[in-house]
Design a protein around this ligand. Structure first.
Ligand SMILES: *[C@@H]1O[C@H](CO)[C@@H](O)[C@H](O)[C@H]1NC(C)=O
Ligand SMILES: *[C@@H]1O[C@H](CO)[C@@H](O)[C@H](O)[C@H]1NC(C)=O
Length: 278
């Protein structure tokens, strides 16, 4: 597909300015819990502090599962020499033991780098366990110098990643053309920091330098407006019918403005890395 026809095809998109007025304030304190990491996993009144040292990384789960909506948080990565340190904000459906190739997932991952070299923003979508849809970006700012906001919009029709309000990637539902899409399984939010030095930097050639540990990523301003599912349920139907709660299926959210399309094109042209590392 040419860039132009790709862009025309994404006219089914969202206005970030509208999302902003609609989402509700979630809190890490109320809406998430630590799953792994012991002392390295800290849920604070206004955020998370996740640390990686030689003992452990840290993992946080959102308390509820949902289908579709918009989730955003601000993240500040550990500074300095951080090759192999991977910080994440993603959503995934449960892994069911004994059923490989069954989970869906939408990712933001941040791959640390040696001092002075840019951190990579890694995005991906898994559908039924297949995640060969990576796109990686070289940010236009230093994600360890300050908090920046990272958003995922997920509807039955499209997935979009945004950074500080700029849409950087659009993944459309092409089920009509026989391609699979993640719209049948509820997901929950996960945040983590872990040792990814077997793959994250130069295909695993650059290892974590533990002399620089501990590595701490901070998260704040968690916001979410999603269709929460009943415990143990699925509710695809309920979360897809157009109504006030299911704002994300409205066509009004299905359009990117000309400016947003221009920004998306610029990011795709100037900040996308050619060859994802994995
Ligand atoms: C680290 O920086 C080098 C040089 O700019 C770049 O080629 C590489 O992709 C970066 N690696 C990661 C994991 O960001
Ligand atoms: C995984 O998804 C990619 C992208 O749609 C596709 O090209 C590839 O064939 C899929 N792999 C398998 C094993 O289904």
């Amino acid at each position: 597909m040419s860039t132009m026809s790709f862009l025309i095809s994404i006219l089914v998109l969202i206005s970030l300015t509208i999302w902003k007025s609609i989402y509700v304030h979630a809190t890490f304190f109320r809406d998430t819990h630590c799953v792994d990491g012991g002392e390295n996993c800290k849920i604070l009144s206004d955020g998370l502090s996740l640390t990686l040292n030689q003992m452990s990384g840290a993992l946080v789960h959102g308390n509820k599962e949902f289908l579709f909506g918009y989730v955003e948080m601000q993240i500040k990565l550990p500074p300095g020499n951080t090759p192999g340190v991977v910080t994440t904000f993603y959503m995934t459906s449960p892994f069911v033991l004994g059923t490989p190739n069954s989970h869906d997932e939408i990712d933001f991952e941040f791959l640390g780098n040696v001092s002075g070299q840019p951190i990579t923003i890694h995005t991906n979508v898994f559908v039924l366990g297949n995640g060969s849809r990576e796109q990686q970006f070289k940010p236009w700012f230093d994600p360890s110098a300050d908090f920046h906001s990272y958003g995922i919009f997920w509807s039955p029709y499209v997935i979009m990643w945004s950074v500080d309000g700029t849409v950087i990637r659009v993944f459309r539902n092409w089920e009509s053309k026989g391609l699979p899409f993640a719209n049948k399984q509820p997901m929950r939010i996960l945040c983590s920091i872990w040792n990814g030095d077997y793959w994250a930097t130069e295909n695993g050639q650059v290892k974590i330098n533990w002399a620089n540990a501990p590595f701490t990523s901070r998260y704040t301003n968690y916001r979410a407006d999603v269709c929460v599912i009943s415990k143990g349920g699925n509710d695809v139907e309920r979360c897809t019918v157009p109504n006030r709660n299911n704002w994300f299926v409205e066509p009004a959210y299905g359009k990117l403005s000309a400016d947003q399309i221009e920004d998306l094109m610029r990011v795709q042209r100037c900040h996308k890395k050619r060859d994802p590392q994995i």
